[in-house]
Design a protein around this ligand. Structure first.
Ligand code: FAD
Length: 502
């Protein structure tokens, strides 16, 4: 547990919440707080029309569906308002090696035995030439490959969304204002602290207005105006493991039907994303500035996009890492102000959501206790370190040797926690999910196999089936998957019927 200082304590009841920043983080926080505690809190959100949002976080994971359910957000209304499409996973292209692809899907693959995951049965099936691709036993994966989608009865299909980030903030603004949150437009020019406690007292606006509060939520993006610039929270730099530090984003007009997959295409010094929405496609390239200058990255991006370009390219710089503490005194940081892990697994919006839920669970209505602050920070650190390891896995376990960037990724030393997971899987085929970890065993297995890591052994429980039984077991799963997929409508058709527009 981290040390807590008395400066985190505050006996004053919390009634006035001030959210600094109106990007995805700010408006998600405003929506959840106003929907849940709007009747007892005074909630203000400050955003500046002069300072644009980062605006590129457009691929999500299934936990957003849960977040919307908690808030009672109508999915059809949300999808129509944000031009959203469904997402069933991520297609990783050229990551294992140039020309080799796999999908990390949101579904469950096959059927586990209580003592061993499905991969052990599949491995035996491969040895005996009874099994086809690992992905053939996963409904979401096969549906995404065939560009199909439908809502299925509970637990039937695990999905997320691709959405327009700017429209999402606008949608959540309307939602939050409906529950009493107040928006203030203007630039924060000073963060005023109370000398005795060191807590934030107010935010000074360029208009001269002073906005006072009891609790401040820093959603000012990479600036980290409150948590970093004012409170000096330490930033743990993880660039020794995550070598990309830049991105270029641009939007194109859609050509063809929107697929229910985010595409992540590895390039010589980074990777390119493609996020299909109803009205356009979000594109970008994430890269290492040590290996490519902006021009090389932009050229690669332009050479590999389809459709008319709708926006000027935007260059974004970042430092991969995380603040050691995201709650200090009466300030909680959410979104980019709290840290940033690159978006190959679309985890940033999920982390915003987790921060909000955690804050609501520990909401300090009658004063801030150092124990809550310590707990919040510890949980946040644990959660993000597992995600960090999962992301590093994609870079490190690769067969690519074609550029200095990929050779560097292969040869780097990785966190001991990740090395252990890789060794365990390589030697035994086993993976164990750590409590409260985002990615479950099936995600780790899909990515480890997809990246080319083949276990040396498998669990003996797979030997309880003879060849005939194993073939029936594997074929039965695959047949059920294929039968269900064949009955699903085309994704685009389903989206058009489900949300015909505002
Ligand atoms: P911002 O969007 O930067 O918002 C900051 C806000 O603070 C703005 O409203 C601004 O006006 C305000 N502000 C700042 N300073 C002041 C001031 N002085 N006075 C008043 N207002 C101020 N996440 C995903 O989940 N999926 C993805 O696919 C994904 N892709 C990404 C791709 C890239 C290249 C990058 C960089 C990020 C990506 N993310 C993704 C992360 C995602 O974009 C962010 O987590 C999300 O947008 C939240 O941003 P934010 O609200 O913290 O910051």
């Amino acid at each position: 547990m981290p040390e807590t200082t008395d400066s985190n304590a505050c006996n004053r009841p919390i009634r006035r919440v001030v959210i600094a920043g109106g990007g995805t983080a700010g408006w998600m926080a405003a929506a959840a707080l106003s929907r849940t505690l709007g009747k007892v809190l005074d909630i203000k959100l400050i955003e500046s029309d002069e300072i644009s949002t980062v605006g590129v976080g457009e691929a999500t994971i299934p936990t957003l569906v849960t977040f919307h359910r908690l808030l009672d957000i109508n999915e059809q209304e949300f999808m129509a308002a944000t031009q959203a499409t469904f997402k069933l996973g991520i297609s990783f292209e050229n990551w294992r090696d140039v020309g080799q692809d796999y999908i990390h899907s949101f579904g469950i693959t096959g059927k586990d035995h209580w003592s061993a995951g499905f991969q052990h049965f599949w491995l035996k099936g491969r040895e005996r030439q009874l099994a086809s691709d690992y992905g053939d036993y996963c409904l979401e994966l096969k549906a995404s490959q065939q560009n199909r989608f439908a809502h299925l009865p509970k637990g039937g299909m695990n999905y997320a969304f691709h959405m327009d980030a700017g429209l999402y903030a606008r949608y959540l603004r309307r939602f939050s204002e409906g529950f009493g949150a107040q928006r203030i437009e203007g630039k924060i020019v000073e963060v005023c602290k109370d000398d005795a406690s060191g807590h934030i007292r107010s935010l000074m606006m360029d208009s001269g207005e002073e906005i006072e509060g009891d609790l401040f939520i820093d959603c000012t993006g990479f600036r980290g105006l409150l948590i970093g610039q004012t409170l000096g929270a330490h930033y743990q730099d993880w660039s020794q493991w995550l070598h990309c530090d830049s991105a270029i984003a641009l939007q194109t007009r859609s050509v063809g039907e929107a697929i229910p997959l985010t595409r992540s295409i590895a390039r010589e010094a980074g990777w390119q994303w493609r996020i299909p929405l109803q009205h356009r496609v979000g594109n970008g390239i994430v890269f290492s500035s040590q290996h490519w200058d902006d021009e090389q990255a932009l050229r690669t991006l332009r050479d590999n996009i389809e459709g008319e370009v709708l926006t000027e390219p935007r260059v974004i710089r970042f430092k991969p890492g995380q603040r050691s503490e995201t709650w200090i005194g009466n300030c909680v940081a959410l979104g980019l102000s709290s840290g940033f892990l690159e978006p190959i697994e679309s985890t940033s919006i999920h982390l915003i959501q987790r921060g909000i839920v955690r804050l609501l669970q520990m909401f300090p209505a009658s004063g801030i206790s150092p124990a809550d602050v310590a707990e919040y920070n510890q949980q946040t650190r644990n959660e993000i370190e597992h995600i960090r390891d999962f992301i590093i896995l994609h870079y490190h376990v690769t067969q690519r040797r074609d550029s200095a960037f990929w050779r560097g990724c292969r040869e780097m030393e990785i966190p001991a926690s990740l090395q252990h997971r890789i060794d365990l899987f390589r030697q035994t085929g086993r993976v164990f999910r750590v409590p409260n970890e985002l990615f479950a065993e099936n995600s780790w297995v899909q990515v480890m196999l997809g990246q080319g890591l083949v276990p040396e052994q498998r669990h003996p429980v797979a030997d309880l089936m003879d060849d005939g039984e194993l073939a029936r077991f594997l074929d039965g799963i695959r047949d059920r998957v294929n039968k269900t997929v064949a009955q699903l409508p085309a994704h685009q058709t389903y989206v058009q019927t489900y949300c015909p527009g505002e």
